[in-house]
Design a protein around this ligand. Structure first.
Ligand code: ADP
Ligand code: ASP
Ligand code: MG
Length: 422
């Protein structure tokens, strides 16, 4: 017999009726003879609302308490899903991350999974039960509840599939697969039938939130076949797999948009070996993630370095920077907000040229609704398989559509996306 992990995202469990329909999917798989582990997210926009509530009480709520708070969302969903399964006559048990044996690092709100003890889940599975696990959460070795970062239920699902050696991890969401761009932004985006871990990892890291990037890392490492599908429709979805020869080697597989970026610029730093190491070691020690780092030519005496970070991290990064600058005894900080990043991703870029110039041309010629032409590029970063531009946040969606068209990714017609309301 095979074992399947099914993950249902927030919009798929947004109300009682949808929970019932997800339970029915799980039940059908069980009836077909599979062992079934279900992972659920918090209902609808619950997590956003909880964060908002905390924000009404404090601008800087303690991260430990944020984890306690956010984890409550998923705890509601597991209980309701298990209840829905029981009403179908299917034995089920709900488990929090801790009860399911998901041990994480202590980094609150962005914890990584360290180990998964599958004994409890296995015991229930052996008795024929459907095990319903709370996504997005775990526990530290000393019993503190942690969360895995926004979108982290994907990570729970793929990590459980890896730990349980499941045959497949099904991700049920509000679109019917992975598209060449966010179909909410680019109306004629095309669904991709098969995509490699490498390509989707890059897209996800660059802002395509259809899958949490960390979940793809687990998938690639443990070779878990991931099947992204619509939770309310029968469809073929998208398979995420290791790259095979017959997979299309397009120059550009898709485009992605990362919003809510801020840019920190450190000006007039002392030049000389070791400055960068000191700066980024201090940032890493504080558990903060920087996005792209940009350093342009500097004089023999002075250096300027900038990097982009998630907007939400600016508050945490500020004190770290102030400390570094006082240690260095020189330099100042400038912070720009309201930025975004658009990227083109393609494994085939390795062997093709001209992708960058097409992207720059598309941005230069993009015209907004008011007829104004040309999007200003503030920074450019590239790797073997992607090109990214930092732009003003207002330009992001227009840039996406222009690039998508320039790379010939679209179908030409706005298709009915069948996007579930949120
Ligand atoms: P869930 O709650 O099921 O985890 P998410 O909202 O996290 O769902 O992710 C699904 C959403 O991801 C879609 O509704 C879509 O707007 C967005 N998205 C961004 N990029 C893509 C893409 N390339 N393909 C499909 N969906 C995308
Ligand atoms: N509920 C969590 C979030 O909104 C986790 C998830 O949906 O994957 O980020
Ligand atoms: Mg998600």
């Amino acid at each position: 017999v095979s074992l399947i992990v099914q993950k249902f995202g927030g919009s798929s469990v947004a109300d009682a009726d949808r929970i019932r329909r997800c339970a029915q999917r799980a039940y059908d798989a069980r009836r077909a003879g599979h062992g079934v582990v279900v992972v659920v997210s918090a209902m609808g926009k619950t997590t956003d609302k909880l964060i908002e509530l905390a924000g009404e009480i404090s601008p800087t709520p303690p991260k430990r308490e944020m984890d306690q708070l956010m984890a409550a969302g998923e705890q509601v969903s597991i209980a309701l899903t298990a209840i829905a399964l029981e009403t179908l006559g299917q034995e089920a048990i709900s488990l929090t991350g801790a009860q399911a044996g998901i041990l994480t690092e202590p980094a609150h709100t962005r914890a990584r999974i360290k180990t998964i003890d599958t004994a409890t889940m296995r015991r229930h599975l052996e008795r024929g039960r459907i095990v319903v696990v709370a996504g997005f959460q775990g526990v530290t070795h000393d019993g503190q509840i942690t969360t895995l970062g926004r979108g982290g239920s994907d990570t729970t699902a793929v990590a459980l599939a890896a730990a349980l050696k499941a045959d497949e991890c099904e991700i049920y969401t509000d679109v019917d697969g992975v598209y060449t761009a966010d179909p909410r932004i680019v109306p004629d985006a095309r669904k991709i039938d098969r995509i490699s871990y490498e390509a989707i990892l890059e897209l996800a890291s660059l802002g395509a939130k259809v899958m949490a990037s960390r979940s793809i890392m687990f998938g690639a490492k443990f070779n878990v076949p991931i099947h992204v599908r619509h939770s309310m429709l029968p469809d073929t979805g998208t398979m995420i797999l290791a790259e095979t020869k017959d997979m299309e080697q397009e120059q550009v597989t898709g485009v992605a948009l990362k919003t809510n970026l801020g840019r920190v610029t450190l000006i007039d730093l002392p030049a000389g070996a070791g400055v960068q190491a000191r700066i980024f070691a201090a940032i890493a020690e504080a558990g903060l993630l920087v996005d792209d780092i940009i350093q342009s030519a500097s004089s023999p005496e002075m250096t300027t370095i900038s990097f982009t970070v998630d907007h939400a991290d600016l508050v945490d990064i500020r004190p770290v920077l102030d400390r570094i600058l006082s240690d260095l005894g020189q330099g100042s900080v400038r912070v720009d907000v309201g930025l975004c990043k658009v990227s083109a991703v393609g494994v085939g870029m390795r062997t093709h040229t001209g992708v960058a110039s097409r992207m720059f041309k598309a941005l230069a010629e993009a015209a907004n609704a008011a007829g104004a032409r040309g999007i200003n590029i503030q920074n450019i970063t590239t790797s073997e398989i992607k090109i990214s531009c930092i732009l003003a946040k207002e330009d992001g969606e227009l840039a996406m559509r222009a690039m998508h068209q320039a790379f010939g990714l679209g179908t030409g017609v706005a298709s009915e996306k069948l996007i579930l309301s949120r």
